[in-house]
Design a protein around this ligand. Structure first.
Ligand SMILES: Cc1cc2nc3c(=O)[nH]c(=O)nc-3n(C[C@H](O)[C@H](O)[C@H](O)COP(=O)(O)OP(=O)(O)OC[C@H]3O[C@@H](n4cnc5c(N)ncnc54)[C@H](O)[C@@H]3O)c2cc1C
Length: 384
């Protein structure tokens, strides 16, 4: 920890991928005096616990655009940041069991192709041919994105943070923001466990804690934390690596390679909101059961470990990005609903533009703070 400075140009609350990318992009645009406040250590929140999936197969055009931009950053990460994040282009295979899901896939494929996303629509026989280990008896069809894949989310966030530091960004770890200082409709700075900081701009990039930070500014942000568990097998050589990210949309189950291991996960629709991070053995058994149904060879796999992290969920599964209309200087980049790792690069660029230029070319209306008071917007359908 360096000497404490009582002023900053921009305070970024949260040292996950979103905060780190925002700070880096601000510094790259020449914004001086940016500081990241992190209550724990960098990239140990949702980002470090994520399974690192990167895909362009979304249903909402705005999410496809965030992906199109972010995937280019991941592709060239080593050139820009000097860090190998292990981006494995194994592809993403989405599977549909129900007709309604399949119809949604086909509609999304049309939208994705409008944005030049390479995506194939496959029938069960084609899926069986290409991934013979999959049980397709109850599958109507699937879509495959060959440009999609996965990377190491911790290394990516640390890549952004280290590059930000080199450009002069201060990082204050083990420093919790405890209050937002306001005067009328303006932000004046923050109070922290190590003292106050005056700043005309504050960014809420607090991930699952976004609503807590919003409340410090008198806001009611509809962002709920919710546990998601993931499990890793012991090394398993019965599947040809690289194993794509395989998502059984109707079971909310996924499987991906992490050579020589595999990662399995599933969302529990009955999981209550909250900060519970326990790993639940009974749930692991349910995940294994679904995994063995989808890929019977997995009966021979042995589990190595499990972990739990938090999604940060909004009512329409889309993020909230931008300056709060009635609170000058207070920006949000929150509520990524399970896809914030992969959208971090583009979001950082967009928020940094809003702060440095007062505008961005990206149409943020689907992600606006006040959309929940208006007619419900289009929700993101491709959420696991
Ligand atoms: C099991 C699992 C799998 C996932 N898989 C994927 C995936 O495949 N692809 C994908 O794109 N996304 C995935 N996600 C979602 C992804 O992890 C998140 O959307 C993303 O990491 C959010 O990044 P963030 O920077 O907003 O939040 P975080 O990484 O949580 O960072 C927020 C930071 O803010 C800090 N903070 C909070 N309050 C304060 C405060 N008052 N003062 C100071 N600091 C504070 C926290 O300590 C934290 O470090 C997954 C999540 C989980 C749990």
């Amino acid at each position: 920890m360096g000497a404490w400075r009582k002023t900053a140009g921009v305070v970024v609350i949260g040292g996950g991928i979103v905060g780190a990318s925002t700070a880096y992009n601000l510094a790259k645009r020449g914004i001086k005096d940016v500081v990241i406040m992190e209550k724990d250590l960098l990239a140990q929140g949702s980002t470090g616990l994520s399974v690192g999936g990167i895909r362009q197969q979304f249903s909402h055009p705005a999410n496809i655009l965030l992906s199109r931009e972010s995937v280019r950053v991941f592709e060239h990460f080593q050139d820009e940041f000097g860090v190998d994040i292990g981006f494995c282009r194994a592809g993403y295979l989405f599977l549909a069991q129900h007709e309604e899901t399949w119809q949604e896939f086909l509609t999304s494929v049309k939208t994705q192709r409008q944005f030049n996303v390479p995506v194939e629509a496959l029938d069960p026989d084609e899926i069986r041919q290409r991934w013979p280990y999959l049980n397709c008896d109850d599958i109507i069809g699937g879509t495959f994105g060959p440009e999609d894949g996965y990377a190491d989310p911790y290394l990516a966030a640390m890549g952004f943070a280290d590059a930000a530091r080199k450009l002069g960004v201060r990082v204050e770890e083990v420093t919790r923001v405890t209050a937002i200082r306001l005067s009328g409709d303006r932000v004046l700075g923050v109070e922290t466990t190590r003292g106050p900081i005056s700043a005309p701009v504050v960014v809420n990039a607090a991930g699952p804690w976004a609503a807590e930070v919003g409340a410090m500014a008198g806001l009611d942000l509809p962002v709920s934390p919710c546990r998601r568990q993931a499990f890793m097998t012991q090394p398993f050589d019965r599947l040809p690596h690289p194993v794509p990210m395989i998502i059984d949309q109707d079971a909310l189950f996924y499987l991906r390679g992490a050579a020589p291991n595999l990662i399995l996960g599933m969302s529990d629709p009955d999981e209550p909101s909250g900060f519970n991070l326990n790993v639940d053995r009974e749930f692991m058994e349910r995940v294994v059961e679904v995994a063995v149904h989808r890929a019977p060879i997995l009966e021979k796999a042995r589990m190595l470990k499990g972990w739990a992290g938090l999604y940060e969920i909004t009512p329409d599964d889309n993020p909230i990005i931008g300056e709060v209309p009635f609170l000058k200087g207070f920006f949000c980049a929150v509520g990524f609903s399970g896809h914030g790792f992969q959208h971090g690069p583009a979001v950082g660029r967009i928020v940094s533009e809003l702060i440095s230029r007062g505008r961005t070319d990206f149409d943020l209306s689907p992600f606006s703070f006040d959309r929940f008071q208006k007619t419900p917007g289009r929700r993101e359908r491709r959420v696991v």
